[in-house]
Design a protein around this ligand. Sequence first.
Ligand SMILES: *Cc1c(COP(=O)(O)O)cnc(C)c1O
Length: 265
Amino acid sequence: MAMTSLHLKPPICVDIWTCKLYDPEGREYLDLYSGIAVNSLGHGDPDWIRVVTEQAHTLTHVSNAFYSIPQVELAKPLVACLFADRVFFSNSGTEANEAAIKFARKFQRYSFPDKKEPATEFISFTNSFHGRTMGAVALTSKEHYRSPFEPVMPGVTFLEYGNIDAAGKLIQSGKIAAVFVEPIQGEGGVHSATKEFLQSLRGACDDSGSLLVFDEVQCGLGRTGYLWAHEAYGVVPDIMTLAKPLAGGLPIGAALVTEKVAASI
Ligand SMILES: *Cc1c(COP(=O)(O)O)cnc(C)c1O
């Protein structure tokens, strides 16, 4: 399956939204894969085609020295969530997490300038997936993603997903810049956090000055019936990372941050 070349039946029919794909022999597939949680609108969604086409006629890139109106228009509904004030856009979920790693380190140095050893370490959990760059892969629990490329970013401790005591203890150490957690895990199997687990992470981070990062790259953007998975828990993060379905198949990622975090960037 992974090695089969799939395509939309040419010519792409712009007025029929479809989840059907075809291999070179013409066999039809119902695309339950959805580009791994990316193609939430299916393929060839007419509104998607219209806005992408219109945008291609006006502007596609202006460098990060400038803002553009579409960036601002997208940022607005994203920060209309319960916690965020600002958005940093990137090209993937991996980069959004990479940004969150850097924001957390910078935040610690900026917020606690008198601390002898700034908090630079991270907590991640069993069955987590956060991406494939040397930072994001260091937060990804599965050995085989990391071991061929070691040494990856040091300073990451993996704790059992849901283990409140272990997380509380390590967060108290004062060494933890941020805790990365998926409210509902995706790649490692569909494991939902308990409310008590996320609440206890929030409380421990508030006490120690560590940041709480929710990776909603896979569980966010409506996949749980809530716009954000964490809404169901009533617990908010300091940073939330997004990507996958955000542009329906075009590369995009985002790190949403509070003003408190933004002030240090
Ligand atoms: C897919 C995924 C990522 C990485 O996103 P990319 O856009 O593939 O770089 C990060 N975190 C989670 C939870 C994911 O499912």
